[in-house]
Design a protein around this ligand. Structure first.
Ligand code: PDD
Length: 287
């Protein structure tokens, strides 16, 4: 049975209900996090809670819970659900008001919702063969660093990828790579890993930061640098990264083969390092 957390209560998902006047429903007025747990250990919880705080600050919504309380309730949620590897979804909205009006209600009664779903391993085929991606114009707003539930542009981009039998859409703004519809982007060029620097135009991915950290501690060269469309198309390797898909190699872009059409050597090295990190997390040696 899937147990979720809603406003201070743990209950079966079928029984969890929110008001139709909830501003998350009416305005997508809320923020979220997705946190992977391996062996029931949350990955980089401190970083996820920090990003949640900065998303809340970005929409001028107070944090309803202390970090101690978040930690306690997320661990309790994990213990109440099946499976050692779980994907934890956290959402905070500006709650329901008496009537629909755009400006903030006073007082605010937050809606806090958390759920766990099984974190399924990435398919062997995707790992061995790599994935297809397409490019699209990034039509989103200028505050993509906020992990907002207003994801319609990302939803439409993801569907356009699916329509083309691709697994991700890589977004371009003014000729530069920002990120994927649901991921961050790395390329490898002449042995050097590159990823766009943090800015309001992309989400500061926790997986992205972890990969940069792991690369540097393993003497791999990794730079935070703008990536032009030209550099993307001519890359030796392209990867997408996220909490749920980890690090996936892109082998075709807009139907054209990248390099030799196989996951590259640098990706192979990095995925091994990432799997080692997960092993240490599972045994409680890492956070
Ligand atoms: N999203 N950029 C976007 C637009 C994303 O939606 C995500 C992940 C990322 C990667 O961030 P992280 O490494 O912290 O997962 C980058 C999650 C998985 C989601 O919306 O389901």
């Amino acid at each position: 049975m899937q147990i979720v957390y809603l406003n201070e209560k743990f209950l079966p998902v079928e029984q969890a209900q929110v008001s139709v006047l909830d501003r998350g429903f009416l305005f997508a007025d809320g923020v979220y996090e997705v946190i992977p747990a391996y062996g029931r250990h949350l990955l980089r919880l401190g970083d996820h809670l920090q990003r949640l705080q900065s998303s809340l600050d970005g929409i001028r919504l107070s944090n309803p819970l202390s970090n101690e309380r978040w930690t306690q309730l997320l661990n309790e949620l994990i213990s109440k659900n099946d499976g050692d590897d779980q994907s934890i979804y956290v959402q905070v909205t500006r709650g329901a008001a008496e009537k629909r009006a755009h400006a903030f209600p006073v007082p605010v009664r937050h809606t806090v919702f958390c759920m766990s779903t099984p974190l399924l391993p990435v398919s062997k085929q995707q790992l061995l063969q790599g994935i297809a991606a397409i490019t699209l114009d990034d039509i989103r707003w200028h505050a993509c660093h906020i992990k907002s539930t207003a994801l319609l542009a990302n939803v439409l981009a993801s569907q356009q990828a699916v329509d083309k039998n691709a697994s991700e859409a890589i977004l371009l703004r003014d000729g530069m790579v920002t990120e994927g519809a649901v991921s961050n982007i790395f390329i490898v060029s002449h042995g050097v890993m590159l990823t766009p620097p943090k800015s309001p135009l992309l989400l500061p991915g926790i997986t992205r930061d972890l990969i940069i950290e792991l690369a540097r501690s393993n003497a791999m060269v990794c730079k935070e640098q703008e990536i032009s469309e030209h550099a993307l198309r001519g890359a030796d390797e392209i990867w997408i990264t996220s909490s749920t898909r980890e690090i996936l190699p892109v082998v075709t872009l807009d139907g054209k083969i990248i390099a030799d059409g196989k996951p590259g050597a640098v990706w192979h090295r990095m995925i091994d390092i990432y799997q080692e990190y997960k092993k240490r997390l599972r045994s409680g040696e890492e956070s």
